[in-house]
Write a protein that binds this ligand. Structure first.
Ligand code: NAP
Length: 492
């Protein structure tokens, strides 16, 4: 069993107190590693080292920063299988999905590396002669990154790579349930040539370590992915010193299945959307809103398919669904099943802890006869629990879909083009899929949500750079005389 340290100013160091915490495999409950509990003082050192490194890193031409990222992307590719297996052991998701998570990290690293030769600004004409106008992008400064456990490599990479190519220096706190992939990522970037102090890693308890990043006045921006509750808190606390904050929070994502849909395709999609990653995706489909005309046949066939899902250790290629991340999550999911039953929904399948191993396994669970206002249909459960809700019409389905506080992802299965475009227009979410489930984002498109899913920022795509840069507007007057905007302009 290995012990890992913090990475501050280019060195692996113990925390100020030497205190540690343990990292377990959620399928087998085996102890995997021991990690440092960083202190507020450790975070302060990490911030100071990032501040020290900022001038030199931000002055390095962006294409040269990109070269380091290209090398890191190649190393991630070479180590893909090893990283995927480590992820399955640490987080529990099945190997096929872990490979997808690592691939997403590879893709965003290449994408961000290429941005080193773009980082585009604008040029526009001036309203006066002999004057030139443009915008340029500048880094923000020291940026704090705080990430969750469900995408242990992809989400850190989604933040780290665009933040680095933009010229920022970083203090990064990964989730305490999955720090090992972050340690691998930091090691790879260091091996790829990232100078000391540019990326600092602090592990430890959310309130203490995350809180110290958010409260540190030298940290100019915080990029956070996690729960709505933590996001709201960070947003409040960061506003004390006007930090820029980007928040990617929860979801309660609906799939609408219309009576004209390809039913088998819809069942495939709902199965993957609801139970992929054991339902622990921010984009997981936790509500399916089915047209009454096909409800009975949909339910029957969907339950038959769900019964065939195989729970187990994700390292076994035959496994369909791994465990939940930890006991707290297991208790939460169990609690929601009790709530669903008390509210009068019908437990049609699952609802119990399960599995061949001692870990945190929970059966794929289906509630039918769910009304849209029940708590199981409104609140994020973050587990393999699906609510089936019936509807008479597309308009009603859209109202139901929009009736939650979140607005991340949504989907509709229909073969009617009018239904599809109506859904695109009216579903109040940041992402909408047609004839595909609510999960499956690609890194070169913006990712994020409306309402309580965030504060309007988007990650990935061209928006990845927006999150981590300031825009400077430049007016270059080469007329050799004072020209006053709006006043000296010839009006016609
Ligand atoms: P979480 O409990 O909010 O934790 C997320 C991160 O914040 C962890 O690193 C955590 O540290 C840290 N943290 C906890 N308390 C903090 C505080 N007071 N100040 C600063 N940092 C703090 O969320 P989670 O359970 O890890 O993740 C699940 C949630 O993430 C779900 O709601 C899911 O929908 C959301 N999510 C959203 C997206 C998206 O892009 N929209 C993507 C993935 C997940 P510790 O681990 O040490 O507690």
């Amino acid at each position: 069993m290995q012990e890992y340290k913090l990475f501050i100013n280019g060195e692996w160091v113990e925390s100020g107190t030497g205190e540690t915490f343990d990292d377990f495999n959620p399928a087998t409950l085996e102890l995997m590693a021991r990690l440092q509990k960083a202190t507020v003082n450790d975070v302060q050192h990490a911030v100071e080292s990032a501040e020290e490194a900022f001038d030199s890193w931000s002055s390095k031409p962006a294409p040269l920063r990109g070269k380091i990222l290209f090398r890191a992307a190649q190393m991630l590719e070479e180590r893909k299988e090893k990283l995927s297996r480590l992820m399955t052991q640490e987080m529990g998701k099945i190997l096929k999905e872990a490979r997808g998570d690592v691939q997403e990290a590879i893709d965003i690293t290449y994408y961000a590396a290429g941005e080193g030769r773009r980082l585009l600004g604008e040029t526009t004409p001036s309203e006066m002669p002999d004057k030139f106008c443009m915008t340029i992008r500048r880094p923000i400064g020291v940026v704090g990154l705080i990430t969750p456990w469900n995408f242990p490599l992809a989400i850190p990479a989604w933040k780290i790579m665009p933040a680095l190519i933009s010229g920022n220096t970083l203090v990064f706190k990964p989730a305490s349930d999955t720090p090992l992939l972050s340690i691998e990522l930091v090691s790879i970037l260091t091996e790829a040539g990232l100078p000391k102090g540019v990326l600092n890693l602090v592990t430890g308890e959310g309130n203490t370590v995350g809180g110290a990043i958010v409260h540190n006045k030298k940290v100019r921006a915080v990029s956070f992915t996690g729960s709505m509750e933590t996001g709201i808190r960070i947003s409040r606390e960061a506003s004390n010193d006007m930090k820029r904050v980007s928040l990617e929070l929860g979801g309660k994502n609906p799939i609408i299945v219309m009576d004209d849909a390809d039913l088998e395709l819809a069942i495939d999609g709902v199965l993957w959307g609801a139970f992929g990653t054991t339902g622990q995706r921010c984009t997981a489909a936790s509500r399916v809103i089915v047209h009454k005309k096909i409800l009975a046949v949909f339910q029957k066939r969907f339950i038959e398919r769900t019964k065939k899902l195989k729970l187990g250790n994700g390292l076994d290629e035959r496994t369909d669904m791994g465990p939940l991340i930890n006991n707290q999550q297991l208790q939460k999911v169990t609690g929601y099943v009790d709530i669903g039953i008390e509210e009068g929904a019908k437990l049609a399948f699952g609802g119990k802890t399960a599995g061949p191993l001692p870990g945190y396994f929970f059966e794929p669970t289906i509630f039918t006869d769910v009304s849209p206002d029940m708590r199981i249909a409104q609140e994020e459960i973050f587990g393999p629990v699906l609510s089936i809700i019936s509807t008479d019409s597309l308009n009603e389905a859209i109202d139901i879909a929009n009736s939650v506080v979140y607005g991340l992802s949504s989907s509709i299965y229909t073969d009617n083009i009018r239904n599809a475009f109506k859904a695109i227009e009216k579903l109040d979410t940041g992402i909408t899929y047609i004839n595909a489930p609510t999960i499956g984002a690609e890194i070169h498109l913006p990712f994020g949500g409306t309402k309580a899913t965030g504060n309007g920022t988007r990650e990935a795509g061209t928006t990845a750079i927006e999150e981590f840069t300031e825009i400077k507007t430049v007016y270059f007057d080469y007329s050799g005389k004072l020209q006053k905007a709006q006043i000296d302009v010839e009006q016609v």
